[in-house]
Design a protein around this ligand. Structure first.
Ligand code: AMP
Length: 372
């Protein structure tokens, strides 16, 4: 399923580019077939939504035609109570013409009715309506619609000229809103040794979230000598990242194991841009997303000290060997640090000073968690 984020919401593909193209062609053929042989119709597109449909429609219409666009605007009449609707853009002399109104989508039919009445008063030869999409469940008018490309249920659609808050008109396919996100999903971010694990253990209780640490899952698998553990061991021992496909599929399995939860704290994932994209897409398929990346910012020199200290008790070989530790930082700086920009561009990055007592840092993180 193709998922796309528009502004702050996720949408799934509803009518593909190819299907739209077939529908538009069919409509053009039907309209042409119903007109007298040499009739030159005037197509009138209702702005803004229909501009893409109208442009594609006239290019597959086989015959002479004219095209014009109108917009319905309301303005105050002479008396203050008097709201008048006016069509802007009709300059042609319409008397005796065959006019076909092109609409992108007809739902209640209110706008259409007003436009129809205005054209009706202009002594036309014939007035017809063609719409790309039609929502029969919400249509409230008697007006016959001569050509319907596709009848659709009453859901919010966007793309192919249709917008959400002004965005999405340029998408070549039509998308439908996925379900509203219900979970709180947070990426706890920071270099190795920043304290992600410690803080996640506290915050998961406080916010009733499931903590997924990819490092812990790998170590569990290594300990139990699973196939995954054997594969991951050589990378982890060298302080290198485990390949994306392995890590991504493991992460998905971990998420799937937890049905109906309030959300997740992702600790140690994503660590590459492909992982970040995979995570977004995977959550979007469920109508969910990442509420934010919360990062513990700590200087590297301090981190090496911390990790060596931790190595005395953690039992992790990648915590005791300084060369491996340096390698982990190298991986972090070359592959993971860029994720700051990835989330920052979406306004989703929140940095916190990671130096101080555990309680103080929990406090700082909580301030952000509360807002996400
Ligand atoms: P951590 O416990 O988060 O420090 O992770 C320990 C090691 O597990 C890392 O150095 C990597 O080798 C591996 N690892 C953990 N998470 C990931 C990930 N998202 N992508 C690739 N490798 C990972």
């Amino acid at each position: 399923m193709k998922i796309t984020r528009i502004h702050d919401l996720y949408f799934k593909e509803f009518v593909s580019k190819n299907e739209i193209s077939r529908i538009v062609k069919d409509l053009a053929v039907q309209v042409k077939n119903d007109l007298p042989e040499n009739e030159v119709p005037l197509f009138i597109g209702i702005l803004n939504g229909c501009f893409v449909f109208a442009a594609d429609f006239v290019r597959v219409y086989k015959g002479d035609c004219e095209i014009s666009f109108v917009k319905l605007a309301s303005y105050e009449g002479t008396s203050s109570t008097d709201k008048v609707k006016k069509l802007i853009g009709v300059n042609e002399d319409l008397e005796g013409r065959t006019v076909v109104i092109l609409e992108d989508v007809i739902d209640t039919g209110n706008t259409l009715q007003e436009i129809y009445e205005i054209f009706k008063s202009k002594n036309l030869k014939e007035l017809k309506i063609a719409t790309l999409f039609f929502k029969p469940d919400v249509y409230r008018k008697e007006l016959p619609i001569n050509y319907v490309g596709k009848s659709i249920p009453d859901s919010f659609i966007v793309g192919y000229g249709l917008d959400y808050n002004g965005y999405g008109r340029n998408l070549p396919a039509v998308y439908q809103l996925t379900t509203q996100p219900k979970m709180k999903n947070i990426v706890l971010f920071g270099p190795p040794g920043a304290g992600k694990g410690t803080q996640a253990t506290i915050l998961k209780e406080k916010y009733n979230l499931v903590h997924i640490s990819t490092g812990d899952v790998f170590r569990y698998n290594i300990k139990n000598e699973t196939e995954l553990g054997v594969l991951a061991k050589k990378y982890i021992d060298a302080g290198e990242l485990v390949p994306d496909e392995v890590t991504i599929s493991m992460l998905k399995d971990e998420v799937e194991k937890n049905v109906g939860v309030d959300g997740f704290i992702f600790d140690g994932f994503p660590r590459t841009e492909s992982q970040a994209i995979a995570l977004e897409e995977f959550l979007a398929e469920k109508g969910e997303g990442i509420n934010g990346m919360v990062a513990l910012e700590v200087h590297e020199d301090l981190l090496v000290e911390r990790i060596l200290e931790r190595g005395k008790t953690s039992g992790r070989s990648d915590d005791t060997d300084e060369e491996k530790i340096r390698n982990r930082f190298n991986e972090y700086n070359t592959k993971t640090a860029v994720l700051k920009d990835f989330y920052d561009e979406k306004g989703n990055y929140h940095g916190v000073d990671g130096v101080g007592s555990i309680e103080d840092i929990t406090e700082r993180l909580s301030e952000i968690f509360d807002k996400l």
